[in-house]
Design a protein around this ligand. Structure first.
Ligand code: CUA
Length: 330
């Protein structure tokens, strides 16, 4: 039996080495402190003949040494862990994005080209992968021990997790677990992770049960079908703010606050539109909370992100739009 699973990702070896050093450091500290404690307890026990009169002269060198050496060691451990922590949380811009939805009691996965799978995750090797994750019900936690990565999956918000697999899995796929007790069948909320050669992954994406639409084009279809396009027209007088060029920019709200238009902002504006009203607009928009699934919402987010490439409308156009919204009733 092996103590640790395979080191399947680029960060796994770093985590393991840090853990090993921390354990050794703890053992040495316990041995040094505990050893001295036991030695002194025996030597100076009641009734022992040890000399209790000896008064050692002050020894600054010794005191400096036992202060400075542990301080430097602990700071070095902090810097090393902080480096790994930073690498673990900073998602590379080039990462390939996959949507993960947790649901009692399964993992639903969707790839950018629209291909779906359940309780299986196919990824290319040697490629940074970014998982954008959310839950349809309670808190779950996405855990791949072979990659040494784990992140909570929460309802109502996106969490992200990234990793880079360093080897293909072949006939021995990695395990995927839910690591947060989420109800009766939590223990069966497991899956398999298949790491393929990048070319095989491309082939896999195209074969099988392929949706003819990418996530972004499904989002565009929803944008029209749900009537979003009626109010969010990119022209003066529209009832809702234009979404062209929105993603990643700062939005001024009616309260005067500003927020960055990221995934979570767009998501919230779809399910709870009254939470953040854009300055100059009336709160007319109904919630789409009950008419869209988590996949639908993320497809819309993906589509709206893509609109960022179109130049933003001018400030005058938005001001005109604001003046006209007063007369319109939704
Ligand atoms: Cu999902 Cu435990």
């Amino acid at each position: 039996m092996k103590l640790f699973p395979v080191q399947g990702s680029t960060i796994a070896g770093q985590f393991d080495l840090l853990l090993l050093v921390l354990v050794l450091f703890s053992i040495l500290s316990i041995a040094g402190i505990g050893g001295a404690l036991i030695y002194f307890a025996i030597r100076y026990r009641a009734g022992s003949g040890a000399n209790r009169k000896l008064k050692s002269p002050d020894n600054y060198k010794l005191e400096l040494a036992w202060t400075l050496i542990p301080t430097v060691l602990v700071l070095a451990l902090f810097a090393w862990s902080a480096k790994i922590f930073y690498d673990y949380f900073r998602v590379p811009d080039t990462a390939h994005e996959i949507l993960v939805t947790g649901k009692q009691w399964m993992w639903k996965i969707q790839h950018p080209n629209g291909r779906r799978e359940i309780n299986e995750l196919h990824i290319p090797a040697n490629t940074p992968i970014k998982l954008t994750m959310t839950s349809e019900d309670v808190i779950h936690s996405f855990f791949i021990p072979e990659f040494r990565v784990k992140k909570d999956v929460l309802p109502g918000v996106y969490s992200t997790l990234w990793f880079e697999a360093n080897q293909t899995t072949g006939a021995q796929p990695h395990n995927l677990f839910c690591a947060e007790y989420c109800g009766l069948n939590h223990s069966i909320m497991t899956g398999k992770v298949h790491v393929l050669e990048p070319a095989d992954y491309e082939r896999w994406l195209k074969e099988g049960n392929v949706e003819s639409q990418t996530m972004a084009s499904s989002g565009e279809r929803l944008f029209n079908a749900m009537g979003c396009v009626v109010c969010h027209r990119d022209e003066p007088g529209a009832r809702g703010p234009s979404l062209n060029g929105l993603f990643g920019t700062e939005v001024t709200l009616a309260s005067g606050e500003t927020v960055v238009a990221d995934d979570d902002y767009i998501r919230e504006s779809i399910v709870n539109p009254q939470a953040k009203i854009v300055q100059g607009y009336t709160p007319l928009m109904p919630t789409f909370k009950n008419s869209l699934s988590q996949e639908d919402i993320f497809q819309l987010v993906t589509y709206i992100r893509g609109l960022a490439e179109t130049p933003a409308p001018t400030a005058e156009a938005e001001a005109d739009g604001a003046a006209d919204t007063e007369q319109v009733e939704g």
